[in-house]
Design a protein around this ligand. Structure first.
Ligand code: GRF
Length: 192
């Protein structure tokens, strides 16, 4: 299964996918493209180091979302991408990609959806004072973190939890769950 990963930031999930492939924790999965809306993102540097093709763009150079998504679609079609994985991609997808990759786009989100959708889910959970939060991998639709849920992992919030310790616990779960779900998709297992 050929995947394209979309990332806007650090790309620790992207790195976890690459590591899972290299260490053969997951099989029959190939990352054929990294897409980023931030040419200076750390994820881009990781891709270059790993000799993974990169497509970067700056949204404001295009008249609208449709225009840059058409360019992305051309790339992913050329590379015969089967699945798109959003891993910290900070933009809502538009109809061009959603239509072409119906049920073939997944996202990882740092909360137990539907709680704490949107930005800074970890901060939202801490502010609310919940005792359990977690990680969700879901199919992407036109909404913000609203598509059908594939799998989740719970993370407890301890009384002395800080933002830093919680981020670490959440990331540990993300870095396991996302590659696991990708493997299930590659195996064509029923995930929903
Ligand atoms: C992750 O917490 C992910 O759940 C969210 O964005 C963050 C990306 O982190 N969608 P990284 O760039 O993979 O380190």
């Amino acid at each position: 299964m050929k995947i394209a990963v979309f990332a806007s930031g650090t790309g620790s999930n992207f790195a976890a996918i690459i590591e899972s492939i290299k260490s053969k924790k997951i099989n029959n999965v190939e990352v054929v493209l990294l897409v980023s809306d931030r040419p200076d993102a750390l994820a881009v540097r990781t891709a270059i180091n790993e000799s993974i093709p990169v497509f970067t763009f700056t949204a404001k150079d295009y008249p609208n979302k449709q225009a840059y998504e058409e360019e992305i679609l051309e790339k992913v079609t050329q590379l015969e991408v089967d699945f798109i994985v959003l891993a910290g991609y900070m933009r809502l997808l538009g109809h061009v990609l959603l239509h072409a990759f119906d049920r073939k786009i997944i996202n990882v989100h740092p909360s137990l959806l539907p709680a704490f959708a949107g930005k800074d889910a970890i901060g939202q959970a801490l502010d609310y004072g919940v005792k359990v939060t977690g990680v969700t991998v879901h199919f992407v639709d036109e909404g913000m973190d609203t598509g059908p849920i594939i799998d989740q992992r719970a993370v407890t919030i301890d009384p002395k939890e800080t933002r830093e310790t919680l981020i670490k616990k959440i990331q540990e779960q993300e870095h396991k769950l996302l590659p696991e779900v990708i493997q299930r998709l590659a195996n064509k297992e029923a995930v929903k």
